[in-house]
Design a protein around this ligand. Structure first.
Ligand code: ZN
Length: 234
């Protein structure tokens, strides 16, 4: 197992793109994994490659560290999920206070599959862009969930993986600030232009913070974070 190698769960959104830069700054070898589980819009899977190519082109210090990308199809997750992320339905809040975009246990599955791949590839570090501070309250993004999962994976696979969550206590404004610290204006530009967060898959409307419908919960979160960061910046 390589002590200096990491696998980043890279969805193509702002958070995981920032985590990819964070990992490239720290580890000598970084691979990425993305999951296709029948998201309503395929935009995320497309921008992943565009963003990786841009990193390789514009960041010569990081380029030699960037290893292969692994795409994994999780049709089974689509089969058992019935949420606004996987079918055409309006995004709304449920009675339990969670948005209907919640796919139960999604991150548990993603991280377990990522660990299975990391085991095979000999990568010690797993990096996920989950966040407890500024998110929709998904219970599988919480710090305790991730810590428990690290223990379960290490026991179940008899390895010593380290699960990193650099954004756990950062809000979206702090995530933009982290991106700038890691890769300067060039990285901020790459994230604005070539990552995607909008639940509706809108790439037609360009805002200061990137592409999106501007009104879904993911767009609102991204916009609020951008505005707060810009306000603190000047
Ligand atoms: Zn949107």
């Amino acid at each position: 197992m390589r002590e200096d190698a990491a696998l980043v769960l890279f969805s193509g959104g702002q958070d995981s793109a920032t985590c990819l830069a964070w990992a490239l700054e720290r580890f000598a070898h970084v691979e990425t994994i993305g999951f296709d589980y029948g998201q309503r819009h395929h935009v995320e899977m497309v921008v992943r490659g565009v963003f990786r190519d841009r990193i390789a082109r514009e960041f010569p210090g990081w380029a030699p560290r960037l290893g292969p990308d692994h795409g994994l199809s999780l049709d089974a997750l689509r089969a058992v999920s019935d949420t606004a992320l996987t079918r055409e339905t309006e995004i709304a809040m449920q009675a339990d206070g969670l948005p209907n975009t919640f796919v139960p246990g999604r991150n548990l599955l993603f991280l377990t599959f990522a660990a299975t791949l990391a085991y095979r590839r000999g990568l010690k570090h797993l990096v996920a862009g989950v966040c407890e501070t500024d998110y929709s309250g998904y219970p599988d993004c919480r710090d305790d969930t991730l810590k428990a999962l690290q223990v379960a994976i290490n026991l179940g696979m008899e390895r010593r993986f380290v699960l990193h969550t650099p954004l756990m206590w950062r809000d979206k404004a702090a995530t933009w600030a982290l991106a700038e610290r890691l890769g300067g204006t060039a990285l901020v530009e790459a994230i604005r232009e070539d990552t995607h967060s909008c639940y509706l898959g809108d790439r037609a409307h360009r805002h200061p913070w990137g592409y999106g419908c501007g009104t879904c919960p993911a767009c609102e979160l991204r916009q609020r974070g951008w505005d707060a960061w810009r306000a603190a910046h000047v």
